[in-house]
Design a protein around this ligand. Structure first.
Ligand SMILES: [Zn+2]
Length: 315
């Protein structure tokens, strides 16, 4: 899979939808991952030999949060304090602190222990596969990166009769893995040929490598991140090598490169070229680039992407 994961390009009109799909195909991608693809986009994609997948987020719609307030993740009271302190602080605190992800995520996330949560996601999978060629799960993790503290999750841990920290790790990991298995099976029962992928996000602190055990066709794991400080060539290689070495039977590892087009965070064409080459080397020809903003705005970035992807295809 050579995927472009995009939300940056304009999609106001049918013409812009066609341009987006054609742009991804022209660069050499075979997969386009977007929010709410349309029939038009899927049709153009098929003309160009490109699969169009829908992003499905772990944040429930407001209709669900209104009806099922007890099916949402709960964080520890200490973390409510952290969240409030960060909200009162300067913009971009976690970048200031050189964290590549925030310590606690705001907003609502499904609790994976609840049957209603899983049924809700299954319904959204069915709706997505009415149009799209597949699903890309995003945001299926924990707000605090390790556990949910709702009554149901606390009860499950207490019944395990093991030390609390071990129970927290075990239940969190089991919830992430079993959720991916159930959703994968459901998607394949609806559309056996659907492509099922994800982006491993938010990270799971007790086991940062758990993505290898998620049931998916392709598991995209970050090797280069959106924000400054940029990851050095050595770090990008280390991340790619580690995920490739640990890859398991449950899915195919796909390196994920995150790059925005904003002033100050867009990396140079030379750096992007190095990252793409590392991705294709350790990803055995697979890569996901998120987003298409930089190649769309900069011919030099576009040339690097199409050159690396076409060289790899020829090689
Ligand atoms: Zn819970």
């Amino acid at each position: 899979m050579k995927a472009a994961w995009d939300w940056a390009l304009p999609r106001e009109t049918v013409r812009e939808e066609r341009e987006l799909v054609n742009f991804a195909a022209d660069l050499g991608f075979d997969t386009l991952i977007v929010r709410r693809p349309t029939d038009e986009m899927v049709d153009v994609g098929h003309e160009r030999g490109l699969s169009v997948l829908q992003i499905l987020n772990g944040r429930p719609p407001s209709t669900f949060t209104d009806e099922h307030p007890t099916c949402l993740q709960e964080i520890h009271p200490v973390e409510e304090g952290i969240l409030a302190a960060i909200a009162d602080g300067p913009d971009g605190y976690h970048q200031l602190a050189h964290r590549w992800f925030p310590p606690v995520l705001g907003g609502d996330f499904y609790c994976f222990e609840q049957e209603e949560s899983l049924r809700s996601v299954e319904g959204r999978i069915e709706a997505a596969l009415d149009v799209a060629d597949g699903i890309a799960f995003d945001g299926f993790g924990f707000r605090n990166h390790y556990a949910c503290f709702c009554e149901a999750c606390e009860g499950r841990r207490e019944r395990l009769d093991m030390p609390r920290l071990e129970a927290i790790e075990k239940v969190g990991r089991d919830q992430l893995i079993s959720t991916s298995e159930r959703l994968y099976d459901h998607a394949k029962s609806v559309a056996p040929d659907a492509v099922i992928t994800n982006h491993v996000w938010p990270p799971f602190r007790p086991d940062p490598t758990y993505g290898r055990d998620l049931r998916l066709d392709y598991c995209t794991q970050t090797i280069a991140w959106f924000y400054r400080p940029n990851w050095s060539k050595d770090r990008v290689r280390d991340e790619a090598e580690r995920h490739a070495r640990l890859a398991g039977e449950a899915n195919t590892f796909v390196p994920f490169i995150g790059m925005h087009d904003e002033e100050g965070v867009r990396r140079s064409p030379g750096q992007l070229q190095i990252e793409l080459e590392i991705a294709l080397e350790y990803g055995d020809g697979h890569v996901t680039l998120c987003t298409l903003g930089a190649p769309h705005a900069s011919p030099d970035h576009a040339a690097v992407v199409s050159d690396v992807l076409s060289t790899e295809a020829a090689g």
